[in-house]
Design a protein around this ligand. Structure first.
Ligand SMILES: [Zn+2]
Ligand SMILES: [Zn+2]
Length: 295
């Protein structure tokens, strides 16, 4: 074996591996030591090796003998993380009872302010370097609240990261008052914005049909009642898409629909405005069609 082979073995393991696991693959300890000396591998803590392109958060968490957790792990799993204003701060899970002193790369005592620490019991065995999706979701619920949890959960369901048994398990591990969120979550939410919108309007007793195909218009994000279309635009609605959106709105209007077009900043940062617009439209019965549309 060689340093090259040691680096390759860590790469094959997904960019992070324990010494024991590498030894099984035939990697010699001396080659790992050489690879670290040549900065081709990092050893954020005793017995764990990562490629140098590992995220700073992963290295930070490993240096505490922990794993990335909560919103940090959520981003890593590809979940939708709501209004991530402190994306710089690593959320780190350590086993209850572990001291959070960094053990390898930063020998100075940790003051406890570098990371947000989570010390919950593992839900399933954490992966090396990050907690599993279910544990991550429970942490987001406790750390960021119900809306962030719900949006992250729907994105996990959509991506197939939480299956039906996983959903049952998750339900058991959240407080009783939050279980309805697990039941209410759908597997087909197109974006976190949609999740948020549906959850917030549900609290007003307003039901949204999502991803509704309308002949001559196309698939719209939501319809309230018979004919009030709500579109939740992401970043991709500029340029030619902007024109397409206007054409859709006009085609919908010709069929008797009314479109309310919202975007990320409005839904996340200016909810009172969105809420009053939707409630006013519903109050004026703009969601009820006199044309008796039968879509
Ligand atoms: Zn957290
Ligand atoms: Zn830290």
């Amino acid at each position: 074996m060689s340093v090259d082979a040691a680096v390759e073995a860590v790469r094959r393991a997904g960019g992070i591996a324990r010494t024991a696991q590498l030894a099984k693959a035939g990697v010699a300890k001396a080659d790992l030591t050489h690879a670290v000396r040549e900065a081709r591998l990092l050893r954020p803590r005793h017995g764990v090796y990562v490629l140098p392109d590992a995220s700073e958060a992963t290295i930070e968490a490993l240096s505490h003998r922990g794993a990335v957790a909560c919103v940090t792990a959520g981003r890593d799993h590809g979940l939708w993380v709501l209004d991530d204003t402190d994306a710089e701060t690593t959320h780190t899970w350590v086993r209850a009872g572990y001291r959070t002193t960094r053990v390898a790369i930063h020998p100075e005592p940790d003051q406890g302010s570098c990371c947000v620490f989570h010390r919950d019991h593992p839900l399933g065995e954490p992966e090396l370097g990050r907690v599993g999706v279910l544990q991550c979701l429970v942490q987001i619920l406790h750390c960021r609240g119900e809306e962030a949890f719900f949006a992250a959960l729907e994105s996990a369901l959509r991506q197939g990261l939480v299956d039906a048994p996983g959903r049952i398990r998750l339900r058991r591990h959240v407080p009783a008052r939050c279980r309805w969120l697990v039941d209410f979550a759908r597997t087909d939410a197109d974006s976190g914005l949609e999740s948020l919108l549906r959850l917030r309007l549900h609290k007003h007793g307003i039901h949204l049909a999502s991803q509704v195909p309308i002949p001559g218009v196309g698939r719209v994000d939501f319809v309230i009642g018979d004919c009030l279309i709500i579109e939740a635009d992401g970043d991709t609605h500029d340029g030619p898409a902007r024109h397409r959106d206007r054409v859709r709105d006009a085609a919908a209007m010709a069929l008797g629909f009314v479109t309310l077009r919202l975007d990320y900043a409005m839904i996340v940062h200016d909810w009172p405005l969105v809420e009053s617009a939707v409630l006013a439209a519903v109050g004026r019965n703009l969601h009820r069609s006199v044309a008796g549309l039968t879509w």
